[in-house]
Ligand binder design. Structure first.
Ligand code: SAM
Ligand code: SF4
Length: 357
């Protein structure tokens, strides 16, 4: 990642808007560092940037099998536009960027873009979420870019169930990506959406992976973002997931949750890896939410459940100055809903691939 910190101009704006405060760490000079706070006093330091809505899988909880209205190329943010926004947001206080989608690796020239991003001054952590289908051969290059952790979607380790869920027969490639990441010393978090009648039989086998592999398996409550406009009731909330796990692993222990973690974390004694449960639908983590999102078409979302609160792409394309864009970003960040339930009141449910999960 780049070495520098925020610029002096950020600190000036701090005073103007009163929403940046100097951080508690005495090791960082107040002149260099700023902390971006939302209107509920939550620090905002994490951006999830979706670089495409396209994907080489068709996970049924994320998008329909056919008839998808893909964004036209001109509707996507260009890499240049994304780099500009990332630079501004880093200057405002963003420290970590996760690249997501759609599937990031189906977008052309993603590796040169990641290379440019990894060099941005002030960025502390660059990470990504991938389905792992095309990722394995790129792992050495990702390692060279300084990527230390990758979220890999893996809802099942059964090839037939993988096909039933994703509508593609790609499980071997995904498992190869997992092993490649581990061989290169990159932390692996496996994301599994828990779905009634689809993969609840995989909960225990997925935890079995943590016995010998230092992976974190995270079970996610299904959210209503399948792009079909129909809503599947969520049958498996975190309480039910945990109960099921405890029936099989009664000795499983609660472990410390990292700061801003969206998962409740556990470990089976003697296992190398860990287990997390993400209450994505019941939304128990909104109180410490430190993240914002930018969709592939350049909409800022200050909550996963809102409909997009600022069209950044349009702002750029009408020729706005950096200062104007920063002011608008700050206005949006300081008008955040309290939680996902409040945000959801005025919103519709798109495909997760169009949001950037
Ligand atoms: N294609 C990449 C992948 O699958 O890892 C990145 C994008 S995907 C939208 C990001 C994450 O969102 C995945 O881990 C996926 O499991 C999760 N996701 C998608 N739709 C979801 C839904 N309806 N409920 C919960 N999680 C969902
Ligand atoms: Fe593609 Fe990821 Fe959505 Fe699955 S969850 S369809 S891999 S974008």
């Amino acid at each position: 990642m780049g070495k520098g910190r925020g610029e002096a101009s950020t600190v000036k704006e701090t005073t103007t808007h009163g929403n940046y405060v100097t951080p508690p760490s005495p090791s960082e000079s107040a002149g260099e560092r700023s902390l971006l706070l939302d209107n509920h006093g939550r620090p905002i330091n994490y951006l999830r940037l979706a670089v495409t809505d396209r994907c080489n899988l068709r996970c049924f909880y994320c998008m329909p099998e056919e008839g998808i209205d893909w964004l036209a190329r001109k509707e996507l943010m260009t890499y240049e536009e994304m780099l500009r926004i990332c630079t501004l947001l880093i200057n405002m206080g963003i420290e970590k960027i996760r690249i997501t989608g759609g599937e990031p690796f189906v977008r052309k020239d993603i590796m040169p873009f990641l290379t440019d991003l990894s060099k941005l001054n002030g960025l502390k952590e660059l990470t990504l979420t991938t389905n792992g289908v095309l990722t394995a051969p790129l792992v050495p290059e990702l390692k060279k870019l300084g990527i230390r952790s990758v979220n890999l979607s893996l809802d099942t380790i059964d090839r037939n169930r993988f096909f039933a869920i994703t509508r593609r027969d790609e499980l071997p490639q995904v498992l190869e990506t997992m092993h490649q990441l581990l061989r290169h010393g990159i932390e692996v978090k496996l994301n599994a959406v828990v779905m009634e009648g689809k993969n609840t039989d995989d909960i225990i086998p997925l935890i079995g992976l943590t016995k010998d592999l230092p992976v974190s398996v995270r079970f996610i409550e299904e959210m209503p973002f399948n792009g079909t406009g129909t809503y599947h009731p969520m049958h498996w909330d975190y309480v039910r997931i945990l109960q099921t796990i405890k029936e099989h692993y009664p000795t499983i222990q609660k472990i410390q949750d990292p700061a801003y973690s969206t998962s409740y974390n556990y470990q089976v004694p003697g296992h190398k890896g860990s287990v997390g449960i993400i209450a994505a639908y019941t939304r128990s983590f909104c109180g410490t939410c430190n993240r914002i999102r930018i969709t592939p078409q350049g909409m800022l979302k200050t909550c996963l459940y809102d409909n997009g609160v600022l069209n950044i792409k349009d702002l750029i394309r009408i020729g706005s100055s950096d200062d104007t864009i920063k002011t608008q970003l700050l206005t949006a960040i300081t008008h955040r809903p309290k939680d996902g339930h409040e945000a959801e009141k005025n919103s519709t449910h798109e495909s997760m691939a169009a949001i950037g999960g």
